[in-house]
Design a binder for this molecule. Structure first.
Ligand code: HH2
Length: 343
């Protein structure tokens, strides 16, 4: 990326100014009338939307394509169901298929937009789960959700093509890959041939060792550059660009300082021109800053980060505490002049 743009997010009634104002990444809540433009040598200039060329305007402001029929003009909630014995905050809670189905039903009743099913923990220090085991955990839950007549979009949280394939066959609609197609060489081609939306997330290192001294020069620039590279790779493998969702990968090979820098600069990720997903729910930095050593005590901090993401125009928040997050986002929308009412 030779030039980087950070639109300064604003909320509430839109007001123009000299160079006009634009919706932030298609949001009906967040907008901007100022952009920080940074060149490769670090020099920064503040410009108005009038100073953007057509492509820059489209990247920073254009409506994102619908995701499985969901318009992305306001933040959507992805509810997490980890069908694992060892996830960092809900490990063991939904390890049995019928309990996981119960949690999915509950989330749907609360109004969740997407259900994210995972059969492998990627918490710091986690070891890889064999494919057969990951399939045996996640696929029956997806099949049970569909057999129960629930039509809510489902994402499969996996790095592996065989797992993704079985999950898509059972009724999943989206592939969520925390390795951004760098773990399994077959996954990109599978997603291309199935023409499904994919989440490409940044991580430095593998879960087993990613928190052993993660280091960056400029974390925001490097994560952006990585995602740009993975988007190009995916497109090269036949994935349609408009099917890609990006994710800075909070907590994946990052210190607290790195996480905070990425969160402070979330709106920079709109410069990729694609939807942005934020997954910060209950993560370690929330416990550290919020003085909540137990991951299940991190609701307050998780809501604060989800609302921060909404204010920065992110299109999807991936969370454990779906009911409270949906309630918070409804109030956030109403307070900023965009009530719900359209499903
Ligand atoms: N975080 C986790 C797992 N999958 N996917 C995306 N796209 N973004 C994330 O930030 C993300 C993710 C880790 O959280 P969790 O699923 O709660 O824990 P575990 O990996 O221990 O199952």
């Amino acid at each position: 990326m030779t030039l980087r743009h950070r639109p300064i997010p604003r909320l509430g009634a839109q007001s123009g100014g000299h160079g006009g104002s634009l919706s932030l990444a298609g949001s009906k809540i967040a907008w901007f009338n100022t952009v920080e433009r940074r060149s490769e040598d670090g020099a920064m200039k503040v410009i108005s939307p009038a100073g953007l060329d057509g492509a820059g305007r489209a990247r920073l402001s254009g409506a994102r394509p619908d995701l499985c029929g969901l318009s992305l003009d306001r933040p959507r909630v992805m509810g997490i169901v980890n069908v694992t014995p060892d996830s960092f905050s809900d490990g063991g809670d939904y390890a049995r298929a019928e309990v996981a189905l119960g949690r999915a039903r509950e989330m749907v009743a609360e109004g969740v937009d997407i259900i994210d099913i995972g059969g492998e923990s990627t918490r710091p220090g986690a070891e890889e789960v064999p494919v057969a085991e990951e399939i045996a955990r996640s696929v029956p839950v997806i099949a049970a959700i569909r057999a129960a007549g629930i039509a809510t979009p489902i994402s499969i949280d996996t790095r592996k093509a065989a797992v993704a394939e079985a999950a898509l066959d059972a009724g999943a609609n989206i592939v969520n890959d925390v390795a951004a197609f760098s773990f399994d060489p077959e996954l990109a081609a599978l997603c291309a041939s199935r023409d499904v939306p994919v989440v490409l997330m940044h991580a430095q290192g593998l879960p087993a060792d990613m928190q052993n001294n993660p280091a960056y020069g400029d974390v925001v620039a490097e994560v952006l550059g990585f995602l740009e590279g993975r988007i190009a790779y995916a497109v090269g493998q036949g994935v349609a660009r408009e099917r890609i969702i990006t994710d800075p990968g909070i907590g994946f090979g990052k210190t607290q300082e790195h996480n905070l820098a990425l969160l402070a600069n979330l709106s920079s990720f709109h410069d990729l021109g694609l939807p942005v997903l934020l997954g910060a729910s209950r993560k370690r930095f929330i416990g550290a800053i919020g003085n909540a050593p137990d991951a299940k005590d991190r609701l307050g901090g998780s809501l604060a980060v989800a609302l921060h993401g909404a204010a920065q125009g992110v299109q999807i928040v991936r969370v454990h505490d779906t009911s409270a997050t949906i309630q918070a986002l409804r109030l956030f929308a109403a307070l900023n002049g965009a009530g719900e009412g359209d499903g």
